[in-house]
Design a protein around this ligand. Sequence first.
Ligand code: JFZ
Length: 583
Amino acid sequence: MPRKSSPEKPSEMNDLWGANAGSRGEHPRAAWFRASKYAMFIHWGLYAQAANVWLGKNWHGIAEWLMRRAKIPVREYEMLAGSFNPQGFNAEEWALLAKAAGMRYLVLTAKHHEGFAMFKSKASAYNIVDATPFRRDPIAELAAACRKHGLGLGFYYSQFLDWHEKDAAGNDWEFGPADAPERNFDRYLQTKALPQITELLTNYGEVALIWFDTPGTISRAACKSLQALIRKLQPNCLINSRIGNGLGDYSSLGDQEIPVHPPEGLWETVDTHNDTWAYSRHDHHWKGPRELVSRLCRVVSQGGTYMLNVGPTGEGRIPEASAEILRRVGVWLGRNGDAIYGTTRSPIAAQAWGVATSKPGRLFLHLLEWPHSGRIVVPGVKVAGVQATVLATGDTLAAEVMDAGIVVHLPSVAPESPTTVIALELSGKLEVIDRGHFFHPGLPNLFHAPFAGLAGCKRAKRQWMEKFGDWHHAEMIEGFATGSSACWNFTALGGELCNVFLQYDCLPEADGSELELSLGDVRWAFPVQCTGNGHANRPRFRRECLGVVPVQGPGPLVLKLTGTDIKCTNAVRLETVWLEPVG
Ligand code: JFZ
């Protein structure tokens, strides 16, 4: 059966997860949030003690959801507390790691969906001080360490899902329909959630933000009561959009989501370091320094904050491989932080060489790919004059303003790792005169679905899980049929012989379909093959080389894909076209 062309993520899904903040005046802490750019998320709870293993079975995916996935009865799950004694926990070490990593604040899970409080709570004895042999309050220790080292401190709080409580949402494996008559969410709110938010905002000094999560179908009234309490206790405390009902001060995008079109106002991308938020014994899939720096730069270039997660073990230690990679990114930030902290969103779009960030009179070019052409072009801009230096070394680079834009001449080898930043000192105002798409010779050039002109097909934004909770996001072209077309208008800054790659997914029903590629005066057809049985929300993409084409630049060109024999409508989805130098 062809894929049902379901809509983009339905708006109510956004509300279920609280992706959209409200639009209101400047929050007292907005400037601080906007300038911080990089933060540490910490998922630490009883689930770390289980480490994604239960009764000898290994679970894969996000480990903080073990209780729900293994449908563990509350009374059995509680037994984890009896052995939870994280003697390896050292708040000073965590604060120093965040500093060394270049992170400006940290957000710790005070109470996740499991319902266990990682702080002393009179509202519930199900907490780390009263229910474990550890008997210490890690939040108190972390608050002191953050104050000592000038780090902001925020708390994650799951206000709707609480699998330990019958009155809260989420535990449908123990509290079923028969319990419905006596279940009372407002009682949970009044006896646990609001008192614990009060404890968090009363007992630990200044709190930078409360990070709510998964508001689901929580009522607007309940959200308003949470918001009012925070405003009363700590008016400067930011609230993220996952409070729900559009009541947040800033937007927390979907997990691991780096937007193509950044939202207005304050926003953040939250990201796992591996593929789980909480510690999982089997997940060592750490993103390396190059990937983390790339993600940080791409988020900051669009005006967002990047909050990267660590998942400490049941002993209270941050896995050493994770910590070491964070330290290496911190070393890079030590040399290039001027291009990150306190910057504003780029005046130009992402280019084949990378992204830009901005400060008054300065433009920072983050070269995520090192060009082998010996130069890069900041295209479509005009400025009276420019001086270029390698930010990390101060080395001067030859640069000039030309019709095509700002041209910077580069050494053959990148002077910085994992990413070189070029600082441009601008004389006069930078004018952006062409916001189109540009082809840069000597680099891989990507043509994404969101920027295509479409006929007989449509754009769709999809998010799906690979492993459980391991979210992926893509904007793609759906509804493709015979006669459909997608085209990208661009300006080639030079000519080049390129390999053409297409990333697509294709259901069995469309196996052997044919499309035609045209670029300039080149036109040829190519077949696509089945890539798997991906259903609407779980694409099985393949990146396939279609052949070699000449990019006949400089000048305007159109890259076009047309369905010439699509054997089943909406069974072929297109995500990205690459034009890469044949080398
Ligand atoms: C939630 C939690 O369930 C998860 O355990 C973790 O704490 C994460 C940071 O937040 O998971 C979500 C919430 C929202 C989306 C995806 C996962 N979303 O909007 O795509």
